[in-house]
Design a protein around this ligand. Structure first.
Ligand code: ADP
Ligand code: ADP
Ligand code: ZN
Length: 210
């Protein structure tokens, strides 16, 4: 299965992808994580992308598409994959269609009022990228990842001013691509406001995987 996860920042795309990886036995690819890795490795692409991410804007399409295209060529993607955070613009959606045929697009919906609370408590693992939350999904040991033992950090772009910008970018540039996939008959939707387990049930139901 080639699956795309859509939804605003903080909706729970990464969290639900963690379950779907196990269930579908395919990797999840987060373009946000690929970009953050490029920044920490100080690659040329990372240096170009940093200012966009810091301000809450989207990284230019050609940079992200190049990075994703390379990742999709790797061995583990040959039986399918879950895209988390890509595409984010109409142009990216069209470029993706040229790379491969997507089977399904799941949009995880969450009201704007909930997002600040989600993102301000988010802690991410430096090692494996797993997402935790200080209140809703605390790690067993403070600031240490349950699955890989890596250290947890607060993302630079999870601060209130940047969150606001990311949210308006989502509504302006990403949300409209739902109509593009709806017209292709590929869109399904799940609500992300319940706790992690109940949201997973919604997600599996929407995907016909119960
Ligand atoms: P979240 O899941 O909180 O929305 P991500 O980790 O997916 O955050 O993305 C973090 C940042 O990386 C985005 O705000 C954006 O600047 C950049 N980014 C990630 N994916 C894309 C993409 N497909 N196109 C452009 N920019 C992207
Ligand atoms: P996204 O990838 O869509 O940006 P994440 O999966 O990183 O979102 O989740 C954002 C934050 O909200 C994280 O701190 C995560 O632990 C928490 N979270 C995810 N799903 C839920 C949920 N259903 N209920 C409460 N908190 C959640
Ligand atoms: Zn980890």
């Amino acid at each position: 299965m080639k699956l795309v996860l859509l939804g605003p920042p903080g909706a729970g795309k990464g969290t639900q992808a963690e379950t779907l990886i196990d269930r579908l036995k395919i990797p999840a690819i987060s373009t946000g994580m690929l970009l953050r890795n490029a920044i920490s490795n100080k690659t040329e692409l990372g240096l170009k992308a940093k200012s966009f991410i810091d301000s809450g804007d989207l990284v230019p399409d050609e940079l992200v598409v190049g990075l994703l295209r390379e990742r999709l060529l790797e061995e583990d993607c040959q039986n399918g994959f879950i895209l988390d955070g890509f595409p984010r613009t109409q142009a990216q959606a069209e470029m993706l269609d040229k790379i491969c045929a997507i089977d399904k697009v799941l949009s995880i919906e969450l009201a704007d009022e909930k997002i600040l609370q989600r993102l301000s408590g988010r802690r991410v693992c430096n090692g494996c990228g797993a997402s935790y939350h200080t209140i809703f999904k605390p790690s067993k040991v403070d600031m240490i990842c349950d699955s890989c033992g890596g250290g947890l950090t607060i993302r630079d772009d999870d601060k209130p001013e940047t969150i606001k910008r990311r949210l308006s970018v989502y509504h302006e540039q990403t949300e409209p691509i739902k109509a593009y996939y709806k017209a292709q008959g590929k869109l399904c939707e799940a609500y992300g406001q319940e706790d992690v387990k109940d949201t997973t049930k919604e997600v599996l139901k929407a995907l016909g995987l119960e």
